[in-house]
Design a protein around this ligand. Structure first.
Ligand code: ARG
Length: 458
């Protein structure tokens, strides 16, 4: 028996292996509800333009509702012989309601159907992802607020650079996630276009109303060219690019959490519920969640490359190649969503070891720039003061002491411009407090950044 939905021109049935090889139902069934939505809109439109009778459409809508419930409950039987989600649902509809079911596919093709379904799917996925990202941002605000004046070493080249507040560091993460949300919202705006009505590639001879299906499905506008409408997967590439950037951000944060929770840094404590132990080394508490998130970044980057490679060299319009868009896309959706979810749960629960961070900031001459700036205020040119401080640091390194531990006389041996008040700028508190402008690390600025962020998050 050849396929009952397109077997008419075939004289032998599909090879058994080829049937499984070409089928997509095992993975595209996750778009079932979107497919049903799409069919509902199409059927209503066909009734309104008089292509289908009202009785047919009533039966179609009734049948689709039952099928939707069967799928929800897990009772629906998916069949590989029926190839994909579209034909599985259509065949089931015809089983249920007979001829009216056979009329549903009038004036459309699986090509515009699948293009519509994926867009509906990605829109919902983006909404769910943005919700998790905002939850993570709320957690970051909580953590930043609790630690607005906790001092830690700030790093460049992973070498102690200047003291910063931990709240400031967390608010840097917040900014990264804000851009991710913005990119995803932008992707959603661009993909919110209805391909339905493009049919196979050229449009259809039926008097369809594309504006009506567009509205019923909640799209902003109708895709303007039928060839482009069925073959465009830019939005999937764009989504994966946005997801790859967001994962890269999570991966960078993960790296910091992994480093900071090591006994060498010992800056933070990750709650036990986000860690696991070792089966051989009893002392181990491994930062599995951040490590896994860092690792999962690789697969999302891979999905982006898969989709770019999938699309390059494809002639217009639809090609079966496009069936390969789904698995990378779905996995990128799941991975980003779940990583954000894990982070949103974990971030506000991070324990901060203030004393250790503070002690670390005292090492590594992190107030050397403050000393240089002090000398500039005393009239030295910055390059000269840089030299003076460099000499003082070399001396302190040899002595195994911090700049703030040198005596006034010792400091004065490098520059006579140095006076007793130098010790104020050599303190960590003085250093962070002095960086008091928009975007600076002063606790006051961190607090106002948190306030602005809170009001924007709403
Ligand atoms: N399963 C197909 C896909 O995912 C649906 C579209 C099939 N169209 C076709 N002309 N064979 O792309």
């Amino acid at each position: 028996m050849s396929n009952k939905l397109w077997g008419g021109r075939f004289s032998e049935s599909t090879d058994q292996f080829v049937q499984t090889f070409t089928a997509s139902v095992t993975f595209d069934q996750r778009m079932a509800q979107q497919d049903i939505e799409c069919s509902r809109a199409h059927a209503k439109m066909l009734a309104s333009v008089g292509v289908l009778s009202d009785e047919d459409v009533d039966q179609i809508l009734q049948g689709l509702s039952e099928i939707s419930a069967e799928i929800e409950s897990g009772a629906f039987e998916w069949s590989v012989e029926l190839e994909d989600v579209h034909m599985n649902i259509e065949a089931r509809l015809t089983d249920k309601i007979g001829d009216a079911g056979k009329r549903l596919h009038t004036g459309r093709s699986r090509n515009d159907q699948v293009a519509t379904d994926i867009r509906l799917y990605v829109k919902e996925a983006i909404d769910a992802i943005i919700a998790q990202a905002k939850r993570l941002q709320l957690g970051m605000l909580e953590l930043a607020e609790r630690n607005a004046d906790v001092i830690m070493p700030g790093f460049t080249h992973l070498q102690s650079a200047q003291p910063v507040t931990f709240g400031h560091h967390v608010m840097a993460w917040f900014e990264m996630i804000s851009r991710d949300i913005d990119r995803l919202a932008d992707c959603r705006r661009r993909l919110n276009v209805s391909p339905l009505g493009a049919a196979a590639l050229a449009g259809t001879s039926y008097p369809i109303d594309r504006e009506m299906t567009c509205q019923l499905l909640g799209f902003d506008r109708v895709a303007q060219n039928s060839l482009d409408a069925v073959s465009d997967r830019d939005f999937a590439i764009e989504f994966c690019a946005d997801a790859a950037i967001a994962m890269t951000h999570l991966s960078r944060m993960s790296e910091e959490l992994v480093l900071w929770s090591s006994s060498q840094f010992d800056f933070i404590d990750l709650p036990d519920r986000f860690c696991t132990g070792s089966s051989i080394m009893p002392q181990k508490k491994n930062p599995d969640v951040p490590e896994l998130v860092r690792g999962k970044t690789g697969r999302v980057n891979g999905h982006l490359i898969s989709l770019l490679t999938l699309m390059k060299s494809q002639p217009l319009a639809y090609n079966k190649d496009n069936q390969e868009d789904k698995e990378p896309l779905f996995d990128a959706v799941d991975t980003l969503h779940d990583c954000l979810r894990a982070f949103a749960d974990m971030v506000p629960a991070i324990g901060v070891k203030k004393e250790i961070m503070y002690a670390a900031a005292r090492q590594g001459f992190s107030t050397a720039t403050d000393l240089a700036d002090y000398l500039v205020r005393r009239g030295l040119a910055f390059r000269d003061s840089h030299e003076v401080v460099g000499n003082a640091v070399r001396f302190a390194v040899e002595q195994g002491r911090d700049l703030s531990e040198l005596t006034l006389q010792e400091l004065q041996s490098f520059s006579s411009a140095i006076e007793q008040d130098v010790f104020e700028v050599l303190t960590l508190e003085g250093s962070v407090r002095s960086r008091n402008h928009i975007g600076g690390t002063a606790p006051e600025q961190v607090r106002s950044a948190i306030e602005v962020a809170r009001s924007q998050l709403g």
